[in-house]
Write a protein that binds this ligand. Structure first.
Ligand code: GDP
Ligand code: MG
Length: 120
């Protein structure tokens, strides 16, 4: 399909960011989006659920903000939606399984706007 036609079908690029905990993933996204602000977090129904905090700043109740289904958006650059797990800790099999299940479910989405457009 012509890229210009694809672009019309998607209002946001959906990007999954995966990597180890504390390796600068969020920092790189801030640089890419040219901001020092924390991203806003929306759940899968589009409701704002909070503002992203660094993993080490999270209390137990805030860890839910890191649900991989949630969308992270920087106000400065609303054309990108990032999905961020809290990162892999050595041997964290459950986190890895969650990421695999998320990728599999998004690949079955029929509408291109709901699919993952890049994995970084
Ligand atoms: N020295 C150094 N520290 C960094 C760099 N990038 C990020 N950090 C710091 O590393 C910590 C973890 O970064 P963060 O972006 O939250 O990592 P994430 O857990 O992968 O999202 C923060 O305290 C950052 O300020 C870098 O390139 N060099
Ligand atoms: Mg992070």
């Amino acid at each position: 399909m012509d890229p210009a036609r694809i672009r019309k079908k998607i209002s946001h690029f959906q990007i999954l960011v995966i990597g180890r905990v504390n390796t600068g993933k969020t920092t790189i996204l801030q640089r890419v989006c040219n901001t020092r602000d924390n991203p806003e977090i929306y759940n899968s129904t589009g409701e704002k659920v909070g503002v992203h905090l660094r993993c080490h700043e999270l209390t137990c109740s805030q860890r839910g903000l890191h649900d991989i289904e949630n969308e992270m958006v920087f106000k400065s650059n609303p054309g990108f939606m990032f999905h961020d797990s809290c990162g892999f800790e050595a041997g964290s099999i459950s986190e890895f399984e969650k990421v695999k299940a998320f990728i599999a479910s998004r690949s079955k989405e029929m509408q291109i706007k709901n699919q993952l457009h890049a994995i970084w």
